[in-house]
Design a protein around this ligand. Structure first.
Ligand code: GBH
Length: 479
């Protein structure tokens, strides 16, 4: 007899968001400013000129968000805490804001009352502006490592009795490359003086990445030593990284695909899971690539209980590029025969190619050998709902459903046929929201938000994701 199997019984299925993208209310209840407040309010930094001051207003509408999750029947929610609400000026000697603690505390209680497990990201890019002004934020190792560790300590103390899943940093690659290299994310540092940026793109991203890893590792050390024995939660980092496929079977392009993975994923994952920086990065960056001392390596190596994965797409990789941030290789979606790899999302960087997702899950499992928590996966539609479109038409998001169909199939296959240990799947995102440098021009939500009325409308992709884990057709038979 064939054995029926589907998702493991305790598989975690949910939706994800991040504080700055949904909360709004940047100026209330004692919240301090963050680098994203300043950056997004600066003319020219977001595509539509909009800031995060008004978004889905989840700081006010938090009960509605939880009611929505509950209506969707999910038992898990990934969200992030705003450091600036908890410590308005950010530093270890600065006052803690009781209203910030109270807000998240009530939020967590309400989730638990609905049977929803909180998955909490401690840092999703919104550094308190006070720390940027005081010492250049992530560039100052001694200060930022101590301040981040102190901030996480306050969170473990305040919420750790109820939170059993902690993510230290969301996608440190973005904070370093986009924030300190290309300058397209806060704090907007780069060598591009024509955009009145300060900074040095040739050194700062690698330094900032180094400090992010160390800060993450110290928060984990603290949690494991002082909190885990009683609170018994898990803690880890979550990394962005898309699958890199050789453009063709030439040895140069096969090597190039590995080089792309080294620069995008290995940069963070190799130190944290294996205890070294990718040798190829040293080869390319030479002295500009920092190193840890023996003592630091002993804190960094092994500093994550699981592999947190944010992934969206697959790229074809060719040797011979000159973009150092991507490891001097070229990215494309066009195959040698001129066809496209997958269905193009209207965000230029994203195509729907589920087999790449399955291959990435296999690669990560084989290389790092820890349970994988997929913490983000999603599909964007540009100007979704703009123009003269009825709400009935807006919520028919076929391209997004197609993406999630492929994704869930890939996930099931990776678990059931490839034997990859995968523990969660969080779709990005619960709601349309502030999409960073793209402002509100691009939507990732499975729930449509009318920003004028703040009404939420479930899209068909939400219905699909709710049902898919219950559908008999997704019970796979082998043999
Ligand atoms: C995630 O980043 C974020 O965690 C989340 O907050 C965000 O809303 C979501 O994705 C959707 O974008 O042309 O060099 O600027 C995903 C990783 C990395 C994807 C940067 C977009 C743009 C590359 N992102 N990438 S670049």
């Amino acid at each position: 007899m064939a054995t029926p199997h589907s998702l493991p019984k305790d598989f975690i299925w949910g939706f994800a968001t991040a504080s700055f993208q949904i909360e709004g209310s940047t100026n209330v209840d004692g919240r301090g400013p963050s680098i994203w407040d300043e950056f997004s309010r600066t003319p020219g930094k977001t595509l539509d000129g909009k800031s995060g001051d008004h978004t889905t207003e989840s700081y006010k509408l938090w009960k509605e968000d939880i009611a929505l999750l509950s209506a969707y029947g999910v038992r898990s929610y990934r969200f992030s805490l705003s450091w600036s609400r908890i410590i308005p000026l950010g530093g270890r000697n600065d006052p803690v804001n009781p209203k910030g603690i109270e807000f998240y505390s009530k939020f967590i209680d309400e989730l638990l009352a609905h049977g929803i497990t909180p998955f909490v990201t401690l840092y999703h890019w919104d550094l308190p502006q006070g720390l940027q002004d005081r010492y250049n934020g992530w560039l100052n190792k001694d200060e930022v490592v101590k301040d981040f560790t102190n901030y996480t300590k306050i969170c473990f103390e305040a919420f750790g009795d109820r939170v059993k899943y902690w993510l230290t940093l969301n996608e440190p690659w973005c904070s370093s490359i986009l924030g300190h290299g290309r300058g397209v994310f806060a704090p907007g540092r780069s060598s591009d003086r024509s955009r009145s940026a300060e900074g040095d793109s040739s050194t700062e991203p690698w330094i900032v990445g180094h400090h992010l890893i160390l800060a993450h590792a110290h928060a984990v050390k603290l949690y494991r030593e002082e909190f885990k024995p009683l609170q018994k939660g898990q803690i880890g980092i979550t990394l962005n990284g898309d699958w890199a496929m050789p453009y063709d079977n030439t040895p140069e392009n096969i090597a190039a695909a590995q080089h792309a993975l080294d620069f995008a994923i290995g940069w963070y994952a190799d130190p944290v899971y294996l205890g070294f920086y990718p040798p190829y990065m040293r080869e390319v960056l030479g002295d500009r690539m920092p190193d840890f001392t023996q003592d630091e390596w002993s804190v960094v190596k092994g500093s994550s209980d699981f592999y947190g994965m944010n992934t969206y797409t697959t790229n074809l990789i060719k040797a011979g590029g000159s973009d150092e941030f991507q490891g001097n290789v070229d990215y494309t979606f066009t195959r040698p025969d001129g066809t496209q790899l997958g269905n193009q999302a209207q965000s230029g960087w994203l195509q729907d190619y589920p087999d790449g997702f399955r291959q990435l899950l296999n690669y990560i499992w084989k290389r790092y050998r820890l349970p994988i928590y997929v913490t983000e996966h999603g599909f964007s539609i540009k100007n979704e709902g703009e123009g003269d479109v009825s709400i009935e038409d807006i919520v028919r998001d076929y391209d997004r459903i197609h993406y999630y169909q492929g994704a869930t199939r890939a996930l099931f296959d990776a678990i059931n046929y490839d034997g990859v240990d995968i523990r969660s799947y969080f779709a990005w995102s619960l709601l349309d929201n502030f999409e960073w440098a793209e402002g509100f021009t691009t939507r990732f939500g499975v729930t449509y938000v009318d920003y004028k009325t703040q009404k939420r409308y479930p899209k068909d992709s939400a219905r699909f994701l709710i049902k898919v884990r219950l559908l008999p057709c997704f019970v796979v038979y082998d043999g």
